[in-house]
Design a protein around this ligand. Sequence first.
Ligand code: NAD
Length: 564
Amino acid sequence: MTATSGPRPVRAARGTSITAQGWQQEAAMRMLMNNLDPEVAEHPDELVVYGGTGKAARNWASFDAMVRTLQTLKNDETMLVQSGKPVGVMQTHEWAPRVLLANSNLVGDWANWEEFRRLEALGLTMYGQMTAGSWIYIGTQGILQGTYETFAAVAAKLSHKGSAIATAVNDTLAGTITLTAGLGGMGGAQPLAVTMNGGVAVCIDCDERSIDRRVEHGYLDVKANSLDHALQLATEARDKREPLSIGVLGNAAELVPQLLAMDAPIDIVTDQTSAHDPLAYLPLGVDFHDMKQFAKDKPAEFTQRARESMAKHVEAMVGFQDKGAEVFDYGNSIRGEAQLAGYTRAFDFPGFVPAYIRPLFCEGKGPFRWAALSGEASDIAKTDKAILDLFPENESLARWIKMAGERVHFQGLPARICWLGYGERDKAGARFNDMVASGELAAPIVIGRDHLDAGSVASPYRETEAMADGSDAIADWPLLNAMVNVASGASWVSIHHGGGVGMGRSIHAGQVTVADGTKLAGEKVRRVLTNDPAMGVIRHVDAGYDRADEVADERGVRVPMREG
Ligand code: NAD
C-alpha cells in the first residue's frame, strides 16, 4: 500500500526496453504516464490533464497501483479501472483489452455536478473528461487539427456567403478577425488554427500563464498590453491580410461585451473557456488569483455568479451575431450555462458540429491519432510520410500533415493527429503495424482517437446536437461502440459520462489499440479500425443522413434495415 505517495514529475519511458509483460500493457502504462507528463498535462501535480478537472488517475495511490498492476499484468489478464482507481484484475484472453475503464458515470437522476462533487469529495469518483481518463491525450495538437478543420469550414462558409462581412478569400480566413476566449489545454489550439487558415485571432484568457505557455509553445504569436492594443494589432494585420494571433489578459465576460460596445470589427466569434464546469469559469468581479479558493469555499455562490457572467458573455456573442458575425459554440456548453442563468437567447447561435462537422461524421471521419512509443520524432515523420503515400488524392490532409510537421511542437511522446474516416483508418493502422514489424519504426505505435467522434458519443449540446431524426440524447450508441471495440480486440476501452460538456450532458466511449508489429496486433488493428469508424456511418444512416447512406453503399458498411 502506497497511501502516502504524492505528486512528483512523471514521464513515460522511451525506447524498446520494457518493464511490463508485453507491449500492450507497456503501452497503456506509458500513455497513462504520458498524460501526466508536465509537458502534456495542465496541472500534473493534481493529476489534471486538461479540460477543467479532467484527470488520468483518481489520486496518486491509484496511479501507483495502476502502474504496479500494469507491470505484472499478463497477456490474458485485464485490469478494471473505476473512475481512475484500479479495482480488479480478471483472467480474460489474448484478444481481450488489457484495460477496461469506466469514468464519471452516474445514474440519470443523479447525473449533475452537485452530486458528482459530493461523490468526488468522498474520494469515490473522478472527472475523466474525454482523453484524460482514457489515456490518449496528446497535448494541444490533439485539438489543433479539429480546430483547423472547423475554421477551414468557417472560411469556406464565409467566402461563399458573400455578405458584408464575408471578406475571407479563397476559403481562407485572410482579412478576417476572430474573437475567442480560453487558451487552456484545448482552447490553446485556437490561435494557431486561425493563423494556419490565414486569419487574425484575438484570444482572451484570465490566466496569464495560459497566454505565456501558448506563446512559448508557438501556438500564439504575441501578447497585447491591453484590449485597445490587441485591437490595434488585429486591425493592422487584417488590413495587410497577414495572419496574426494576439493574446489579451482579462475576463471574457467583461471584454467580449466591451468589444461589442466599441463596435469592434469582429467577423467570427466563438469561445473555449472551461464553461462546461461552472467552477472553472472566472465570474465577473472575482480576481483570478482568488478564484480557486472562492470555488472551494463557496461552490454554490461561485456557480451562480459564473453562470450569470456566462450569460453576459453569451449575450455579447449573440450581439455580434445580430451585427452579422459568424458565431458558434465550440463545444463547451456555454449556451446551456447561460440559459441556466436565465438568458433566453443563448441557443440563437449553433454548435460547431451541426454547423460544420456533421457531413464528415457521416463518413465515420473524425480525429484519429497515434503516438510513437519510441519517443523518437523520426518515427512520427515516417508515419506522416506513410499517410501521404496512402492518401495522395486528399489535398487538405496533405496540407495539414505538412504544416503539422513544420509547426507542431510535440508535448510528451511524439504524436500525430489527422482526420480519417471509414475505410481509411484500417489502412493507416495496418501500414503502421507493418512498419513496426519491419523495423522501419523504432518501437510500437499507439493508435486511438478523440471522443469528439462520429459514432461513440451521445452529447446533445455537441456531437449529437440537432440530429436529423431528433435522436440527440439516445445513449445506446456509445455503449454499442465500446462493446464493439472490446469485441474487436482494442487494447483499452473506456466508457465515460460528462466529458466535454459536463455532467448530465454526454455519454461517450474511447478505444486505443497498439500496433506492436505482431501478426495478432495486425489482426486486431484491422478489425478495430474498421468497426470503430463504422459506428459513425451506421449512427448517421440510422438518423437519416443521405451522405451516410452513400458512404455505406460505396464502402460496403452493412446495415440490416437497408438490406433485403
Ligand atoms: P482548460 O481548463 O485547460 O482551459 C480553460 C481556460 O479558460 C483557462 O486558461 C482559464 O484561465 C480560462 N478561463 C476561465 N474562465 C475565463 C473567463 N471568464 N475569461 C477568460 N478566460 C477564462 O480547458 P480546455 O481543455 O482548454 O477546454 C476548454 C473547453 O473546451 C472545455 O469546456 C472543454 O470541455 C471544451 N472542449 C471542446 C472541444 C471541442 O472539440 N470543441 C474539445 C475538448 C474540450
